[in-house]
Design a protein around this ligand. Structure first.
Ligand code: ARG
Length: 467
């Protein structure tokens, strides 16, 4: 056996006590997570410092050993940050890479760090800390995106555009109102982020392998030191739970879906056929063959990132769904999904914030489009109800005839002569023309949350106070 203990075949120095030989190359490859979990180095070191400090405070390790451990961990932190740290796949993951280096740096005292701890609660801690920071970053980025929309909404509280249902011209709305629809969506996303931070704000460290520990640890102390509200309450759940990661991915998926709808609108609006917006040079690309083109690549890529994010959510849900309690190695596959989705989401929010801030809005094109397609037909029907006392269903029918007439004459509703309108219904007077313009139409929709500029300004003020 001893002959087998060559450099390539030796067992793992962290857990190899009962192993006679090291892993097969394929075993090492499938088992190692260092390629991606090295991203957790800062969280791992913070967690270890808090753990060692608590162990010393409780008299479980000496304060001398604690000082050596903390000093060694800080040295490792600067080695990793400056790029001089050598990561080894044979040491599997970030936890064992750091601990092995600590042993080299400070000797036997390093072996005391893992007292009353397991990699199971260690990885749960590191990953929670990482996801918490990412959620906080997402919250800030969404605040930036909302601010960009509030500015555009304020600028365009009175700019009229066509509102669509089925992507068919429906009723005139203001561009400010349309922008505020996105403020509502991203505001809900941000409140989901805030709830998720509350949910995960419990410290896993001290759950140990799954059953807790016999050492007199103080989990409230580590929770506080690491900025958590309190410790988790069930050690089995603690090491088997990845809800916090799945919740992050669900929020990322919902936010990504909102970003993708916005991306789609920008793609449509920036076509020459619509011409509602022109993207800045900074957020578009040209064509190598067609010199006239300006392509909305950033918007298209935001739309596509949604696919990746949704994939990550489904992947992690599927990884977790059949796992018995408590920890299983399957859970190591959680990180790449979250890292990839986080990178996509950050990029997508940043790109969208830039596009929204920079895009030039063609109010003349929007207004012309708002008036076409008989978009004030509902206003005519409402006028007949209000001024001529018709039941809405009859007014709808009368208006339908007016639309058909305008269509056959190739003109707009507002261009139909009074005599024509009166031939359809005798109660119509020339006052009707006051509601047939798009400006009159939007100004009249003053119901709470409606598109009237006065109402849009109220909603802007509401969000300004909360952003
Ligand atoms: N690299 C592992 C992971 O990401 C750390 C936990 C390992 N625990 C264990 N019992 N093997 O899940």
């Amino acid at each position: 056996m001893a002959e087998n203990n060559t450099d390539t075949k030796s067992s793992n120095q962290m857990w190899g006590g009962r192993f006679a030989s090291g892993p097969d190359a394929i075993m090492e490859e499938i088992n190692a997570s260092i390629g991606f979990d090295k991203k957790l180095f800062a969280q791992d070191i913070r967690g270890s410092i808090a753990h060692a400090t608590m162990l010393a405070h409780q008299g479980i390790i000496s304060s001398d050993d604690k000082d050596k451990i903390v000093h060694g961990l800080n040295t490792i932190l600067s080695e990793i940050e400056s790029g001089t740290f050598e990561f080894s796949r044979r040491l599997e993951d970030i936890h064992m890479n750091i601990e092995a280096r600590l042993t080299t740096l400070i000797g036997p005292a390093a072996g005391r760090l893992h007292t009353a701890r397991s990699r199971n609660d260690q990885v749960a801690l590191d990953f929670r800390l990482w996801v918490k920071e990412e959620l906080q970053k997402t919250e800030r980025m969404l605040t930036g995106l909302i601010a960009a929309f509030l500015d555009r909404a304020e600028e365009h509280a009175e700019s009229v555009m066509p509102g669509f249902t089925h992507l068919q011209t429906a009723q005139p709305v203001t561009f400010g109102h349309h922008c505020m629809a996105y403020v509502e969506m991203f505001g809900r996303d941000r409140s989901r982020v805030r709830h998720a931070i509350e949910h995960l704000d419990e410290s896993p460290i001290g759950a140990a392998a799954l059953a807790g520990t016999g050492y007199p640890i103080d989990r409230h102390m580590t929770a506080k030191a690491l900025g958590f509200r309190e410790p988790t309450r069930n050690s089995i759940d603690t090491v088997s739970d990845r809800d916090f990661a799945i919740e992050f991915l669900s929020i990322a998926a919902i936010t990504g879906m909102h970003l993708s709808r916005l991306a789609e609108e920008i793609v449509i609006w920036s076509t020459p056929q619509f011409g509602f917006v022109r993207l800045s040079d900074a957020f578009s690309t040209g064509s190598s063959i067609m010199p006239q083109k300006k392509n909305p690549d950033a918007a298209e890529l935001v739309r596509a990132k949604t696919g990746r994010i949704n994939g990550s959510l489904i992947a992690l849900l599927t990884i977790m769904k059949g796992l018995p309690l408590a920890y299983s190695k399957d859970m190591q596959e959680d990180k790449e999904q979250v890292f990839d989705a986080a990178e996509s989401l950050e990029l997508a929010i940043a790109a969208m914030t830039g596009m929204v801030r920079d895009m030039a809005v063609n109010t003349a094109r929007m207004k012309a489009a708002a008036g076409s397609g008989f978009s004030t037909a509902t206003d005519l029907a409402d006028w007949l109800v209000r001024e001529a006392g018709l039941p809405f269903r009859d007014a709808h029918h009368v208006t339908g005839r007016a639309v058909a007439l305008a269509e056959s004459k190739g003109c707009d509703l507002a261009e139909l002569p009074l005599a024509d309108l009166q031939a359809i219904h005798s109660a119509i007077t020339d006052k009707v023309y006051d509601v047939l313009t798009v400006e009159a139409s939007v100004a009249s929709r003053k119901s709470f949350g409606g598109t009237a500029p006065s109402e849009v300004r109220k909603q802007i003020a509401f969000w300004r106070a909360r952003n």
